[in-house]
Design a protein around this ligand. Structure first.
Ligand SMILES: [Zn+2]
Length: 377
């Protein structure tokens, strides 16, 4: 077996730092992290000066990239394009995300993601179905005419994958307890989002079937003194994780820091919610017949609603560090925590036996290279 390595002045393995160290892997698995001085001479090693090697970033909410929207083209080719576009910004693995669509397209997204995982398209982890089981009052850029409350029969009819990880974002007030339990039985990770629930609607039995909350603060009922809303419940439910968009536009930096102080460690994770414009030459695209474009660095639809983000993972991490979150914690928010949220036990750390996946960043936290399943890009 041929061993390969990359080295840097600093490696963060998901738990601790190693200085002047090399990450060594065999085929697709990590062999170990070791001092550069002890690296056997016959190992082919690429050195990254002034860089840090971190566990490969995992983005669980990516609507598009490289000029492609997953909604417009549900195919292995579009998944490949999206993964490739986001690798430039440090993302090793992602969940292509289907914004509210028809049941036929949801079924197609599920089978396409399963096939992509079986075909080992580099960077695919599964699929995120965001809607259409959402609340009209918090529709964001979604097409409300597609929204409905699924029956058990509706849910049973979908081809839930076996190998691809599945995340579903639903407004839990529009889901019966039976429906939430059905998703849990299918192995789906359930996240509450685009929800206008009052805290009394987020009952203990429903919360027991909710794993997380999607893009905290955005498209959810706000926190107020007399009504904690979805935001208050998300912050106050220790077991549930919250994803958060850290472009500085969707959520104020102070609100990100406040959420970070409140949530238990490991329960706040970074997503980009990126669209087709990331890693692309154009600054506009179409979603359900409406034009979305970048105006003043914001992606907006014709009504002026925010419609996803124009940012990559590396910049999202750089932002939270600039706002005051410790570097190791920021790196975990982009890798270790999302791996845990999606129950992926062999990603999120650079330790023996884990998948050989890493993100290499320069001193400004810009991606230099990405390692995916033992392949350096
Ligand atoms: Zn959303």
């Amino acid at each position: 077996m041929v061993m390969k390595a990359i080295s840097a002045p600093k490696i963060f393995d998901g738990e601790q730092y190693h200085l002047d160290a090399a990450l060594v892997w065999k085929n697709e698995s990590i062999y170990r992290v070791m001092p550069i001085s002890q690296l056997p001479e016959d190992i082919d090693c690429q050195h990254f000066p002034d860089s840090i090697i971190a566990p490969g970033f995992i983005d669980i909410q990516v609507n598009g990239g490289g000029d492609v929207m997953f909604n417009s083209e549900i195919s292995p080719t579009s998944i490949e394009t999206i993964c490739q576009a986001h690798r430039k910004f440090g993302t090793a693995y992602l969940l292509p995300t289907l914004i509210s669509s028809t049941p036929q397209n949801i079924a197609k997204a599920l089978t396409t993601a399963e096939q992509a995982v079986l075909d080992r398209i580099p960077g695919i982890l599964g699929v995120h179905i965001e809607g259409p089981w959402l609340n009209v009052a918090k529709k964001g850029a979604h097409d409300e005419t597609l929204f409905y409350s699924p029956s058990l029969a509706d849910l049973e009819a979908f081809p839930w994958p076996k190998y691809a990880k599945v995340l579903v974002t639903a407004a839990t007030e529009n889901m019966s307890l039976d429906a939430l339990q059905c998703l849990q039985r299918k192995g789906v990770v359930v996240s509450c989002g685009h929800s206008n629930a009052k805290s009394e609607e987020l009952t203990a039995d429903k919360l027991a079937n909710v794993d997380g909350f999607t893009h905290l603060f955005n498209a959810m009922s706000p926190f107020e003194g007399r009504e904690p809303g979805v935001v208050g419940t998300a912050l106050n439910t220790n077991e549930a994780w919250c994803s958060i968009i850290t472009d500085g536009i969707h959520v104020h930096p102070q609100s990100v820091l406040l959420a970070h102080r409140i949530k238990p460690q490991g329960k706040l994770l970074i997503v980009t919610d990126a669209m087709a414009t990331v890693g692309s030459k154009t600054n506009r695209f179409e979603l359900d017949g409406q034009i979305i474009e970048v105006i003043d660095n914001k992606l907006v639809n014709s009504a002026g609603s925010l419609a996803g983000a124009h940012i990559g993972m590396d910049e999202s991490v750089a932002n939270v560090i600039a706002w005051g979150i410790d570097e190791a914690e920021a790196l975990k928010m982009a890798s270790t925590y999302p791996a845990k949220a999606m129950h992926v036990s062999d990603l999120g750390k650079l330790q023996a036996g884990y998948r050989a996946a890493a993100t290499i960043l320069n001193s400004d936290y810009r991606s230099q290279a990405v390692l995916v399943d033992g392949q350096l890009y």
